[in-house]
Design a protein around this ligand. Structure first.
Ligand code: C2E
Ligand code: CA
Ligand code: CA
Length: 769
C-alpha cells in the first residue's frame, strides 16, 4: 500500500500513487475554457496575419490551429465522459494524447511565429504574433504544470521555431530578442515545476490526512471499549460507535453534546431511568472537571454494568473510556460468593462465620447482651457416607442445613464448618432458657427422619454450647469452648447438648499437657516394662509373662497404661511405642528359662497404621528369641476393623510361628465367630467375669461355657484377674482352663524382680493348692 512512499516530486509519473496520477491527468484536461479562449485568440491572430501579409502558409497555419483546437475540444469532452472508469493504467493513453495535441498545437503556433518573422515584415503582424505566442507560452506553466514532459515539449516546440524566426528576420534587434528566449523558457519551466510541486504537496498532504483520519476512525470504531473525548467546556468532540451502543443509543452525530444531553437521550431511548440520568450527569461532570478522580459505574436498564474511566487531557477536557464489565463483575461476585459460602449447602462457610462471629461479638460487647455459640456435629454421619454413598450424604447435609435455617431467627446465623459440622450463632439472647429451647428444638428437628433417595434416614445431632460473655468474648476462645462442650456431649452418648463448663477446660488442659509429656517421654525413651506371670494350672509353673508398659513420670509417679495408651493411640505414637515394647520384651525373655514365653499387647492402631508382622520379625531377629516363645495379645477391636488387611497380618504372624491370644474376651462383642475365623491360639477371659463369681451361678455358667467352647475349638484358655483363693478354687475345678493370671500370684513386676521370681519360686504350689 505504501510502496510509492516517499514520493519523488517531479519524478516519473509512474511513481505517483494512482489517485494522484489521475488528478494530474485531470488537471491537464480540466481547463477547457482557457483552451477555447486561447485557441480562439490564436486562430484570430493567424487569420489576421494571413490577410495582412497574404502569405499562403499563414492561411494553412490558421486552418491547422482551428482544426487542432476542435479536435482537442472533442478529446476533452471524450475524456470527461470516460473519466469515471479510468485508472492509472488506462489514463496513460489519455495523457499521451493530450501531450501530443498540446505539443502539436504549440508547434503550429511556433510555425506561425517562424513564418511571420522569417518571411514577412509587417510590424503589426509581428507584434500580434509575438503577443499571442508569448501569452500562450506564459499560459503553459499555468495550464500544464501537471506534466513535466508536456511543459518541456511545449516550450521546446514553441521556442525553437521562435528563435529560428527571430534569427532569420535579418533584424539585429530581433536577434537580441531571440537571446531572451532562453532565460524565458527556463523560467517558464521552473515556474511550472514549482506549481507542480505545490500541487502534489497539497494533494499528498490531503491524502495522508484522509488516510490517517480513516485509520483512526477504523481503530476507534473497532475497539471493544466505548470512547468519548470531551473538550474543556464538557462538549463531546469525538465518540466511537461503541459508546452509543453501550448506552443503548442508535447511530448519530453527537458532537458538541453535553453529558446531560447524552443521558437525556438515553432516558428518551428508555435505556436509563430519568432519576438516574440526573444523578449520573452530576457524577459524570464532576469527573470531567477533575473534582472526582475515581471511576464511575453505571448499571444500564439492559442489565449491563459499565465502568467509566476518565483521563484528563493536557489541553483541558477528558477522554472517557467505557468498558462493559458485566461478565467480569458477575465472575467476581461468584468468586466472592464461593469464598464466603459453602458450595454444597449455600450456608456461610468457616471464613464467613468467623467474620460474623467477630461482628456479633463486637455488638454483644457494646450492648452487654448475651450471645450463644452452638457447635453442631451429626452423630455417625460417616456411616451414612460409607453405607449409602457420598451423594446421599451430601443430600442429607443439605436437608440438615434447610432444617437449621428454618429453626433460627432472622438475627441468628447458621453456617457450615465443613464435613458434618455446623455452627449456630444465637444473638441476642435474653437468658439460658432461650438457648436451651433452641438446642432442644435443633436436637429434635434434626433427629426427625429424612426421606432421601427413597431411603428413610435418621441421624442424631450433638451440640456444644458456649456463651458470651460468660465463657469468653473472643471468637477463638468461644469456639474452643463450644468445641470442648461438643466433645463432652458426644462422649455422653450423643443426641444431646452440653454447655461449656470450666472443668472441661481444666481436663482439656490436662490432656494437652499429657500429650506434651508423652512426646517428651518418647524422645527420652522414658518408658519401662513390667512383667506379670501367667501360671499353668496343671504344672503349677509360670508358663508365660505378660509385658505391661509403665511410664514413670517425674511429677506424677507411675502412670497407668490405661491412662496414657488411649492418648498415645489417638496421637499415633502407639506404633513406635509398641515396636519398642516388642524389642525390649523379646530381649528380656532371652534372660528367662527356655520354657517361659513372653506375651506382648498390640494395639489396633498398630495393625491399622503399622506393619505388625515386620515389627515382630525384626524384634525376633534382633533378640534371637525363638518365635514359639512369643505371644501377641490382641483385642476384639483388632478383629473388628478392616478384616481383609487385619486377616493378612494375622496370618503373617501365625506363619512366623508365634502365638496369638485374644485378650479381654467377654468385654466387647464377644462374638464367638472370631474364635473360628481367625488363627487364634489362646483366649484370655476378662477379669470382670470373676467379679461376682462367688455369689452368681450365671457368671460361672458363662465362664464355663466360653472356656469349654474355646477349648473345644482347639484354643487354650486363660483367666485373668484372679485375686483370691476362692476365685482360684472355683476356676481350678474347671478342666478346660489352662492358665491363670492375677494379683494372687504376682502383680506386674520390674524385669529384674520378675527374673528373681522366675528362678527362685518356679512352682506356685502353695497358692494354687
Ligand atoms: P490388659 O492387657 O488386660 O492387662 C492386664 C491388666 O490387668 C494390667 O493392668 C494388670 O496390672 C491388671 N491386672 C493383672 N492382674 C490383676 C488382678 O488380679 N486384679 C486387677 N484388678 N488387675 C489386674 P495395666 O498394667 O494397668 O495395663 C492396663 C492395660 O494397658 C492392659 O490391659 C493393656 O490393655 C494396656 N497395655 C499395657 N501395656 C501395653 C503395651 O505394651 N501395649 C499396648 N498396646 N497396650 C498395653
Ligand atoms: Ca493383655
Ligand atoms: Ca486383659
Amino acid at each position: 500500500m505504501a510502496s510509492w512512499f516517499p514520493l519523488r516530486r517531479g519524478g516519473e509519473r509512474s511513481e505517483l500513487p494512482p489517485e494522484i496520477y489521475l488528478s494530474v491527468v485531470d488537471s491537464l484536461y480540466s481547463d477547457g475554457r482557457s483552451l477555447f479562449v486561447g485557441s480562439l485568440a490564436a486562430s484570430a491572430g493567424t487569420l489576421i496575419s494571413a490577410f495582412r501579409t497574404a502569405e499562403p502558409a499563414l492561411f494553412a497555419c490558421a486552418v491547422g490551429i482551428a482544426i487542432l483546437a476542435a479536435v482537442r475540444a472533442l478529446d476533452m469532452r471524450a475524456y470527461w465522459r470516460k473519466r469515471q472508469g479510468l485508472d492509472a493504467t488506462t489514463a496513460r493513453p489519455w495523457e499521451n494524447r493530450y501531450i501530443l495535441g498540446a505539443t502539436a498545437y504549440v508547434g503550429l503556433l511556433g510555425a506561425w511565429f517562424f513564418i511571420v518573422f522569417a518571411f514577412t515584415s509587417d510590424q503589426f503582424t509581428e507584434l500580434l504574433c509575438l503577443a499571442v505566442t508569448i501569452a500562450y507560452m506564459v499560459g503553459i506553466s499555468g495550464r500544464n504544470f501537471g506534466s513535466d514532459r508536456l511543459v518541456t515539449l511545449q516550450i521546446v516546440a514553441a521556442s525553437l521555431p521562435m528563435a529560428a524566426g527571430l534569427l532569420l528576420s535579418g533584424n539585429v534587434d530581433y536577434v537580441i530578442l531571440a537571446l531572451f528566449l532562453a532565460p524565458f523558457s527556463i523560467t517558464l519551466r521552473s515556474i511550472s515545476n514549482r506549481l507542480r510541486k505545490t500541487l502534489l504537496d497539497a494533494v499528498m498532504t490531503a491524502r495522508q490526512n484522509t488516510q490517517l483520519a480513516e485509520r483512526f476512525d477504523t481503530a476507534l470504531n473497532n475497539m471493544p471499549h466505548g470512547l468519548g473525548m470531551f473538550d474543556e467546556r464538557r462538549r463531546l468532540l469525538v465518540a466511537n460507535h461503541r459508546l452509543a451502543e453501550l448506552f443503548g443509543l442508535g447511530a448519530g452525530d453527537r458532537r458538541g453534546a453535553l453529558p446531560g444531553e447524552l443521558f437525556a437521550e438515553c432516558v428518551e431511548a428508555d435505556t436509563m431511568p430519568a432519576a438516574e440520568a440526573v444523578h449520573l450527569t452530576a457524577a459524570f461532570e464532576s469527573r470531567l472537571s477533575g473534582e472526582t478522580a475515581d471511576r464511575l459505574l453505571i448499571d444500564t436498564a439492559a442489565g449491563r454494568t459499565l465502568d467509566l474511566a476518565f483521563q484528563p487531557m493536557e489541553s483541558g477536557g477528558s477522554v472517557v473510556l467505557i468498558e462493559d464489565v458485566t461478565e467480569r463483575r458477575a465472575a467476581e461476585t461468584k468468586i466472592n460468593h464461593l469464598a464466603r459460602f459453602d458450595a454444597l449447602t449455600g450456608l456461610p462457610n468457616r471464613t464467613n462465620l468467623r467474620d460474623q462471629m467477630d461482628r456479633v461479638l463486637a455488638a454483644a460487647r457494646r450492648s452487654g447482651e448475651t450471645c450463644a455459640v452452638l457447635f453442631l456435629d451429626l452423630d455417625e454421619f460417616k456411616q451414612v457416607n460409607d453405607t449409602l454413598g457420598h451423594p446421599c450424604g451430601d443430600q442429607l447435609l443439605c436437608a440438615v442445613a434447610d432444617r437449621l435455617r428454618l429453626l433460627v431467627r432472622q438475627s441468628d446465623v447458621v453456617g457450615r464448618f465443613g464435613g458434618d459440622e455446623f455452627m449456630i450463632l444465637q444473638y441476642p439472647v435474653t437468658g439460658t432458657e432461650q438457648v436451651v429451647a433452641l438446642a432442644d428444638r435443633i436436637v429434635e428437628r434434626i433427629g426427625a427422619p429424612y426421606e432421601i433417595d427413597g431411603h428413610e434416614l435418621v441421624i442424631g445431632a450433638s451440640l456444644g454450647i458456649a456463651l458470651a460473655p460468660r465463657d469468653g468474648l473472643d471468637a477463638d476462645v468461644l469456639s474452643k469452648n463450644a468445641d470442648m462442650a461438643l466433645y463432652r456431649a458426644k462422649a455422653e452418648g450423643r443426641r444431646g447438648w452440653r454447655f461449656f463448663e470450666i472443668e472441661m477446660d481444666v481436663k482439656a488442659r490436662a490432656r494437652r499437657s499429657l500429650e506434651i509429656d508423652l512426646r517428651n517421654a518418647m524422645a527420652s525413651d522414658a518408658f519401662t516394662i513390667y512383667y506379670q506371670p501367667l501360671v499353668n494350672l496343671k504344672t503349677k509353673r509360670i508358663s508365660t509373662c505378660e509385658a505391661l508398659l509403665r511410664w514413670p513420670h517425674p511429677d506424677r509417679g507411675m502412670i497407668s497404661p490405661a491412662e496414657f495408651i488411649p492418648v498415645a493411640e489417638e496421637m499415633g505414637l502407639i506404633v513406635e511405642i509398641g515396636t519398642r515394647v516388642l524389642h525390649k520384651a523379646c530381649a528380656e525373655a532371652m534372660n528367662w528359662p527356655d520354657d517361659v514365653r513372653v506375651a506382648v499387647n498390640l494395639s489396633p492402631i498398630q495393625f491399622r497404621r503399622g506393619n505388625v508382622a515386620d515389627a515382630v520379625r525384626a524384634a525376633l531377629e534382633s533378640s534371637g528369641l525363638p518365635p514359639n516363645r512369643l505371644e501377641v495379645e490382641i483385642t476384639e477391636s483388632v478383629l473388628l476393623q478392616d478384616t481383609e488387611h487385619t486377616g493378612v497380618q494375622l496370618r503373617q504372624l501365625r506363619d512366623l510361628g508365634i502365638r496369638i491370644s485374644l485378650d479381654d474376651f467377654g468385654t466387647g462383642y464377644s462374638s464367638l465367630s472370631y474364635l473360628h475365623s481367625f488363627p487364634l491360639h489362646k483366649v484370655k477371659i476378662d477379669r470382670s467375669f470373676l467379679h461376682d463369681i462367688g455369689d452368681s451361678d450365671r457368671s460361672l455358667t458363662l465362664l464355663r461355657g466360653v472356656a469349654r467352647l474355646s477349648a473345644a475349638l482347639g484354643m487354650s484358655v486363660a483367666i485373668e484377674g484372679v485375686e483370691t483363693k476362692e476365685q482360684l478354687a472355683v476356676i481350678a475345678g474347671e478342666v478346660s482352663v489352662d492358665e491363670v493370671q492375677g494379683f494372687l500370684f504376682s502383680k506386674p513386676k520390674p524385669a529384674d524382680e520378675l527374673r528373681q521370681l522366675l528362678y527362685a519360686t518356679p512352682i506356685f504350689v502353695g497358692k494354687v493348692a
